[in-house]
Design a protein. Sequence first.
Length: 69
Amino acid sequence: MEHPPNDEYVVTCQLGHTPDPLLGTVVFASPDVTMAWRYYNSLSPLAGTSIVLWDPEAGLMATQIGERN
C-alpha cells in the first residue's frame, strides 16, 4: 500500500507476520468502516502471511497472522 487513500479503510494482505503499510497488497478499500470490518473478518490468513485492517490515516486497527512455517 504505497499511498493509502486518506478517506478509506483498507484491508491488506502481505507476506510475513509484522504489519507494514508499505509492504501490503490492498485487497479491499471502502469509506464504510462496517464493510471494511465485514470483509476483514471474512478472510483467513495462510501460513506465513498476515491480513491487516488500516484506518484512513494508515493506523493499524486489527491484524490476523497465519501460522508460522
